[in-house]
Design a protein around this ligand. Sequence first.
Ligand code: NAP
Length: 259
Amino acid sequence: MSLGAVRKLEGKVAVLTASTSGIGYSIAKKLAMDGAKVMLSSRKSDNVERAVKQLRSECEGVSVEGVVCHVGKDDHRKNLIKETVSKFGRLDILVSNAAVNPMTEGTLMTSESAWDKIFEVNVKAAALLVKEAHPHLVASGSGAVVFVSSAAGYVPNPFLGAYSASKSALLGLTKALAEELAPDNIRVNCIAPALFSNMSVCVIWKDPLVQEIQKRRNPTWRIGETDECAGAVAFLCSDEASYITGETIPLTTVESARL
Ligand code: NAP
């Protein structure tokens, strides 16, 4: 694959969490193809090394580096931002993509430790990462943050009550930070994917019958490919979206998440 003709992110530097596979990797690839210098990250160093190599080989000429970052760890978050600025000299774009779901039971069956884990990784880490990136996003002159929520943030998934609530929280966080950071010329937006082909968060989604129901609820009659999340994020990060902040783009209709 060669670099895109329209490089709308030329000159920008992007950092992404949980970006060594799945939706995160697809977004990283698109941002790099659109001209951004990209810092990939995830918890495991072998995944980071593999993803950096893969992206360099899939997209000739891209500028990509990688660093280990477990978003639940304060020192990892700090190091992610520090390494990005030290490698690339600035920071314009933060894509917060990491999420966990350690359980698939009813909401009231969720243990306290599972609640803590879900909200720590899916919500708190996302907010604290923005805090870490904030001075650099201010310095960039036109910063952009994108959170990865879920259709479950609008239409809670059965057996994923706590996860769904954490994804609803990201919709609120998007609005709150958009207001707070607008004076710094930092835009904060969000995407809400429905069901994508790599979905691993809950075994029920792998059931062929459930997948069939999902397809029928979806106007496109199909499950999304991870690359289909990437264009929306690249747009939200670009100057083409300079008057969009505090918004969430569903991919595709959130109603398709209903079982
Ligand atoms: P995935 O395939 O499960 O992605 C896993 C990625 O996350 C890997 O790079 C993994 O690498 C990294 N990771 C896991 N835990 C991490 C942590 N604590 N800190 C940093 N990195 C971590 O995920 P996905 O399905 O693409 O989902 C990505 C985002 O989209 C999530 O926020 C998810 O809630 C949302 N979403 C997905 C779907 C879907 O259908 N796929 C639908 C709606 C919303 P390591 O193992 O090396 O850490």
